[in-house]
Design a protein around this ligand. Structure first.
Ligand SMILES: Cc1ncc(COP(=O)(O)O)c(C=O)c1O
Length: 460
């Protein structure tokens, strides 16, 4: 049965959609995607869209990389399932762990696999608690995250997430999760305050929070190098340089959530390298397999691993892991993905074309609707405002950025709007300069339409 008319799509949509306005979906039906080719996807009516978000920031190699399909097929034929409990391991998963640790930032020693970014962050919370029990500090359990952070939607990772939609009516956050300020120069810095002064103030706010709570009660600090779903927020210069000594001073674990930034997005293999981070734990997912199969990992430092080792001596087991931790098929796809990243120098590719996207985004900064254009590498965003001078936003219910994104889709580019009327760009890392121009061209036409719409409706 084909989903050819909106009515048919409505009737046939038995799919409960995540992160969706369910009423609107029921009225309008879904956009049904049936195939992909390079940076493009096609809907069931044959329309082509440039996927300016790499799906959900993940399809780094686009939508038609045969080598990944072949790697999955080969592995399915050879060993379709095995696990890594009780001393066993699929060979391919062991190979992936080695390759991943070798390309990881200095200090990482072991990789523990799971299926999603949320699970990896849940695991990191468990590790932070477990480590402090192992070290005889049972009271050192609070976790600090940041407002606007996005770390996932399981019970614990949603609690880390600093966005209202992940908490409201879900009875979250759970206890012992704290949120400190988001490093958000456009909205957080005071008039005339330098980036460095703002960073110093944020670091001071964090230290005050730690002191108020009691340093001996704080286990870990979580941060995305660049915040993604919270609005593509690039921290001010020296922010992490000031935060990290505070974490070390109070013996607080640093968990870098590289679920979006990992594997080239920011112009280095990891965001930790872009911002000179020395995390104790790194979580990765998404581009680890170019999004082709679900897989995530916790990379843990040698210091963390030694504690787990000693605790396993004591308890007789490291009592964590999933049936599908180390699943050989996503592992095979991830391994092939990492080989392709190296062979095609994906980091070099991002450095070559990233400036074109950044310049393109910034070329709209003078538009009356654009408060700020920002980003680095192949991640960027514009913030849509009602009044540039005062940075006043539109009423959320006016749905201005949502309209913009719908118009961009009409012109053939899929972008994403996020709370605060922010429109994100995060295309596949294989995108060419011509395709970047095409994506931004669709955005430009959509922006013109949006400008006409807000004037027509008297919103400005
Ligand atoms: C930075 C970050 N961490 C964690 C997650 C959660 O990953 P998943 O949706 O695979 O659970 C996401 C998802 O977008 C993310 O962007």
């Amino acid at each position: 049965m084909s989903l050819t008319t909106p009515a048919a799509r409505r009737d046939l949509s038995f799919h409960l959609h995540p992160a969706t306005n369910l009423r609107q979906l029921q009225n309008e039906g879904p956009l049904v995607i049936v195939r992909g080719d390079g940076v493009y996807v096609y809907d069931d009516e044959g329309r082509r869209y440039l996927e300016g978000m790499a799906g959900l920031w993940c399809a780094a190699l686009g939508f038609s990389e045969r080598r990944l399909a072949d790697a999955a097929y080969r592995q399915m034929c050879e060993l379709p399932f095995y696990h890594s409990f009780a001393g066993k391991v699929p060979a391919i998963s062991a190979e992936l762990a080695e390759r991943l640790v070798r390309i990881a930032p200095a200090g990482m020693a072991r990789a523990l696999f799971a299926n999603s970014g949320s699970e990896a962050n849940d695991t990191a919370i468990k590790l932070a608690w477990y480590i402090n029990n192992a070290l005889g500090r049972p009271q050192k359990k609070k976790i600090i995250s940041r407002q606007r952070a996005y770390h996932g939607v399981t019970i614990a990772s949603a609690s880390l997430t600093g966005l209202a939609f992940a908490h409201t009516d879900f009875d979250l956050p759970i206890a012992r999760i704290l949120h400190t300020d988001c490093p958000y120069p456009y909205r957080g810095a005071r008039p005339g305050e330098s980036e460095e002064a703002y960073a110093a103030r944020l670091a001071d706010t964090l230290e005050q929070l730690i002191l108020r709570e009691g340093p001996d009660t704080v286990a870990a600090f979580f941060a995305e190098p660049v915040m993604g779903a919270g609005g593509v927020i690039v921290p001010p210069a020296t922010y992490f340089d000031r935060i990290q000594p505070i974490l070390r001073k109070y013996d607080i674990l640093f968990v870098a959530d590289e679920v979006i930034c990992g594997f080239g997005r920011t112009g280095n293999m990891f965001g930790s390298q872009t911002f000179n981070l020395q995390p104790d734990i790194i979580t990765v997912a998404k581009a680890l397999s170019a999004g082709y199969l679900p897989i995530s990992a916790n990379l843990v430092s040698g210091k963390v691993y030694d504690i787990l080792l000693a605790q396993s001596d004591k308890l007789g087991i490291f009592g964590h892991g999933y049936t599908y931790s180390s699943h050989p098929v996503p592992a095979a796809v991830a391994l092939e993905t990492l080989k392709i990243y190296e062979e095609r120098d994906i980091v070099g590719a991002v450095r070559r074309v990233g400036p074109r996207m950044q310049a393109g985004i910034r070329s709209y900064a003078d538009h009356p609707l654009i408060g700020e254009a920002r980003g680095l590498g192949l991640i960027g965003a514009v913030e849509v405002v009602r009044d540039k001078a005062t940075k006043q936003s539109f009423e959320p219910k006016a749905g201005v950025a949502a309209y913009l994104v719908r118009r961009a889709q009409h012109y053939g580019a899929i972008l994403r709007n996020m709370p605060g009327d922010i429109v994100a760009f995060s295309p596949p890392l294989i995108i060419s300069e011509a395709e970047i121009d095409e994506m931004l061209g669709c955005f430009g036409k959509a922006l013109d339409d949006t400008w006409a719409m807000v004037r027509e409706r008297g919103l400005v």
